[in-house]
Design a protein around this ligand. Structure first.
Ligand code: ATP
Ligand code: MG
Ligand code: FE
Length: 344
């Protein structure tokens, strides 16, 4: 099926077009620069930017794919979770297209779409798989038996998301927002053993109750304390060493728990998605640790890990292919759409 997908859950206006597992277009307009001076995404600014970007982004995607809107078999859109006002722009646009073209509408779960996107790069999803979703708003371990039916949460962060930790630590180090890519780059010339930052929820006692959960706020505080102490002593901060040591702490816990969760459920494939999956150290460490237990790791290329419309189209295409029922045309945007609801 030929499916057009729309993503507006945060600060990226994404329109993707896929045919089956083949990516035809992935147009993304980001308002990230408008948020940079605030150090985080400002919901009202994001909604307004989606309004401005929507029509040109749809046009750009159709042009790249070489299709006319009328050719599509279905329209898919992120209906949640995400920023309410931002989601509304995408949902209203998708409804207008579906109604105007007389095509079915699928309001899909953003997190399930982060999982489904991998089929555009590596072909049919391994099911069951253990999905680790790590982004600016989420850090979860999920068991995916059938991505079109729902995913089962095994654990998630109790406080900050992994991407949020990257962004906050980058800010402490004077690096621009969003900080993930800057920390990744700085870490390449740093020593990851320079500072022994804490690994959240890995003590024997924590593991009893939170075996598959994460906590990154203690780590962020530890970095802040360390930076303060250096400044007090008048010692210059080695940004590369702090970045590398912090990144190692995050990736260590993420990969350890992902492999543990997969082994616990007897799952042989780990799929990593979300913006933090673009992290170069995470990709290497996950592969290293999983392969030691005969577990395969799939991570889409970085451009498909951050928010985009192709992931929504990918999930939509799977829903059509597996004959799932579409959404009603009065589909609401649901800022806290649960993981168990793949199609709203
Ligand atoms: P949501 O959580 O709803 O998916 P989001 O916009 O925060 O929304 P993404 O676009 O998937 O999610 O991811 C953005 C996050 O990924 C930011 O926190 C950013 O710092 C982080 N990120 C991007 N590239 C890297 C990288 N190379 N290393 C670490 N973090 C990264
Ligand atoms: Mg984003
Ligand atoms: Fe996302």
């Amino acid at each position: 099926p030929l499916v057009l997908g729309i993503e507006t859950s945060c600060d990226e206006t994404g329109v993707g077009i896929v045919r089956g597992h083949t990516l035809l277009a992935d147009a993304v307009a980001s308002s990230v620069e408008e948020h940079a001076r605030f150090g985080g995404v400002v919901p009202e600014v994001a909604s307004r930017a989606h309004l401005d970007a929507m029509v040109p982004t749809i046009e750009r995607a159709c042009e790249t794919a070489g299709i006319a809107l009328n050719d599509v078999d279905a329209i898919a859109v992120t209906s949640g979770p995400g920023l309410a006002g931002a989601l509304l722009v995408g949902v209203a646009s998708a409804k207008a297209l579906a109604l105007g073209l007389g095509k079915p509408l699928y309001g899909v779960n953003h997190l399930a779409a982060h999982v489904a996107v991998d089929q555009l790069e590596h072909g049919a999803l391994p099911e069951p798989c253990l999905a680790m979703l790590v982004s600016g708003g989420h850090s979860s371990l999920l068991e995916v038996a059938d991505v079109t039916q729902g995913v089962e949460p095994m654990g998630s962060t109790l406080d900050d998301a992994a991407g949020e930790a990257f962004d906050k630590v980058a800010r402490l180090l004077g690096l621009p927002f969003p900080g993930g890519p800057h920390i990744d780059r700085a870490a390449r010339s740093g020593n990851s053993f320079a500072i022994d930052f804490p690994r959240g929820l890995t003590s024997k006692r924590d593991l009893e109750r939170h075996r598959f959960d994460f906590s990154f706020s203690g780590l962020k505080t530890a970095v802040a304390r360390w930076v303060e102490a250096q400044q007090r002593d008048g010692v210059a901060i080695d940004v590369a060493d702090v970045a590398a040591s912090f990144q190692e702490a995050v990736c260590d816990v993420l990969t350890r728990k992902a492999v543990d969760a997969a082994r616990h459920r007897g799952i042989e494939d780990i799929l990593i998605g979300g913006g933090v999956a673009a992290n170069s150290r995470l990709r290497v460490l996950a592969e290293e640790r999983a392969s030691a237990h005969g577990i395969r790791v799939r991570v889409p290329r970085p451009g498909l890990c951050t928010d985009n419309g192709a992931m929504v189209a990918a999930l939509g295409s799977e829903l059509v292919a597996r004959g799932r029922a579409p959404s009603a045309l009065d589909l609401p945007a649901d800022s806290s759409q649960p993981l168990t609801t793949v199609v709203a």
